[in-house]
Design a protein around this ligand. Structure first.
Ligand code: AVJ
Length: 320
């Protein structure tokens, strides 16, 4: 079997240019905001892995429970010969799905912005499953995707609840772009965290050990390294709040006192008032009807809805 292919559709300097644009847009407006994708440098990705093992952070375990219980049904319902995984990261929990889809599965197309994560995942999968063709894509799946011409039916997986990180309008755009990837007979498998009591939700984003606080503040290290910003993590406090109207969690960094963050490379100084907050993440929580309606709006039909035993998290299977 030939070694895996890796295709990059993301320019090498995409990160720098994107981050600059997001800083110029998000830190010069009120209220201040940055998109959550900037958490995930090497350190941030490590911290996220640590979050997934915290007692308070149930989504990863709940999703794994559903995948383990339903992988056979998913395989039977889709008969997929190609699995495309958006935001595959380490591809760790996808293994259950891949194992269930074999032997019908011929091609695996992991898509991620992190080339190192893709290489690591592809190398270990290739060792275990030499018959599986692996075509890794270094790409930003929120920007429209060109997929390799692999055999159908195709199953597109978008796991982890990452949909919740997109704002409603971004979700609509994203789901419509996913829809364009699906031919008749193809399917989308999507993980979404569910609305539940506030205490459980807030604890999941403000854990006792402070790992999520460190993860949130890690964005300041990214700004320092990439753009020379002089933000001191000790000047900010980690905040996690539940918005009951919009049914999402917001993570914010709150300035402990008045301060200015300088971005010499951007010729920019960003003043914070004492107590002023920078929104670093939205993590939307869903109900079945919302998932069904948003899928329908994008031209897809909810065919299966599976939750974990405790009803905390859901996997949806949708058809084109
Ligand atoms: C990886 C986007 C699903 O929103 O729960 C974890 C990221 N943020 N703790 C989420 C996250 C804070 C996570 N997702």
């Amino acid at each position: 079997m030939s070694p895996f292919l890796i295709t990059r559709t993301l320019p090498e300097d995409a990160t720098g240019a994107d981050l600059r644009a997001d800083v110029l847009h998000g830190l010069t407006r009120t209220p201040k905001e940055l998109p959550p994708k900037w958490f995930y440098d090497a350190r941030g990705s490590e911290l996220f892995e640590e979050i997934t093992r915290l007692p308070e952070y149930y989504p990863t375990r709940a999703e794994r429970e559903i995948l383990l219980a339903r992988a056979g049904e998913i395989a039977a319902a889709t008969g997929a010969r190609t699995l495309v995984e958006l935001g595959s990261g380490s591809s760790e929990k996808t293994r259950h799905l891949i194992d269930a889809l074999l032997p019908g599965l011929e091609d695996y197309v992991p898509v991620d912005v992190s080339e190192s994560a893709l290489r690591g995942a592809a190398e270990s999968l290739e060792k275990d499953l030499p018959e599986l063709r692996i075509h890794a894509l270094v790409a930003d799946f929120t920007r429209g995707l060109a997929l390799p011409g692999t055999p159908g039916p195709r199953l597109v997986a978008f796991l982890g609840g990452t949909l919740g990180n997109l704002l409603p309008e971004e979700r609509a755009t994203f789901l419509r772009s996913v829809r364009t990837l699906l031919a008749p007979g193809d399917a989308l498998l999507m993980g979404t965290d569910l609305v539940k009591d506030e205490a459980t939700l807030v604890a999941a984003y403000d854990d006792a050990a402070g790992v999520t606080a460190a993860f949130n503040k890690n964005v300041l290290s990214v700004l320092a390294r990439e753009l020379g910003a002089d933000a001191d993590p000790d000047d900010f406090e980690h905040v996690a709040v539940w918005d009951p109207e919009r049914e999402w969690i917001e993570m914010r960094l709150r300035a402990r006192h008045a301060l200015t963050v300088k971005f010499p490379e951007l010729d920019l100084a960003v003043p914070f008032e004492a107590g002023e907050e920078l929104r670093t993440e939205v993590s939307a929580k869903f109900r079945r009807e919302r998932v069904r309606d948003e899928l329908a709006e994008a031209g897809m039909e909810l065919a299966h809805w599976w939750t974990d035993e405790q009803g905390r998290f859901a996997l949806s299977l949708a058809t084109a």
